[in-house]
Design a protein around this ligand. Structure first.
Ligand SMILES: Cc1cc2nc3c(=O)[nH]c(=O)nc-3n(C[C@H](O)[C@H](O)[C@H](O)COP(=O)(O)O)c2cc1C
Length: 174
């Protein structure tokens, strides 16, 4: 049975995720980057992560030949940057220039919550996407900002569960 594509997207969007921008350089040294919510952890030893990229996306071709790339885990303040790197608004080139001008190497957005420098470990075609598995080589972190969350087609952030409970109930939970 063929599933309705719009419904499928809506249902899958009920899974709340963090937001990343994957950055790197192509073989000519040109910087590239794209927004990805498909990021997830795979293994601690060796330290592996994964994300999936739509076949036909420019980034998919570049990543296939890359010998390194970086996963930037975004904070709430990065929402505009996420849109620039993730939507076909013609702003991506500007976002790349801006990111470079701000002193970021394009191998990493330095005020990201986490920056994971990876080398390619494996890549597997799966339907209309390619799943890239990277081995983490180096980790950088920043503190003090809320994470950017993507849920139901919109950006959100987190609130600690206990902050939502009335004081009486909180006592029972703790
Ligand atoms: C919040 C958000 C999450 C996204 N997650 C993914 C993803 O996990 N995989 C993917 O292939 N595209 C994802 N996209 C779309 C890509 O970022 C977008 O198609 C990108 O501009 C592709 O650029 P390229 O053709 O230059 O590679 C996402 C976009 C947004 C706004």
């Amino acid at each position: 049975m063929k599933l309705d594509q719009k419904k499928l997207r809506n249902v899958l969007g009920r899974f709340a995720t963090g937001v990343t921008i994957i950055t790197g350089r192509d073989i000519t040294g040109e910087p590239f980057g794209f927004t990805a919510t498909s990021f997830n952890t795979v293994s601690l030893d060796p330290p592996l992560i994964l994300f999936s990229v739509r076949k036909g996306a420019r980034s998919c071709d570049i990543l296939s030949g890359a010998n390194a790339y970086t996963v930037n885990v975004l904070g709430l303040h990065h929402a505009p940057l996420s849109d620039m790197f993730g939507r076909n608004t013609g702003l991506k080139e500007r976002a790349i220039k801006l990111t470079e001008m701000c002193g970021h190497s394009m191998r990493g957005v330095s005020d990201a919550l986490a920056v994971l420098h990876c080398r390619p470990y494996a890549a597997h075609g799966a339907g209309d996407h390619v799943v890239f598995i990277g081995e983490i080589q180096e980790i950088l972190t920043s503190e003090g900002c809320r994470p950017l969350i993507f849920y139901n087609g919109q950006y959100h952030t987190t609130v600690p569960f206990n902050d939502l409970l009335p004081a009486q109930q909180e006592k029972k939970v703790v």
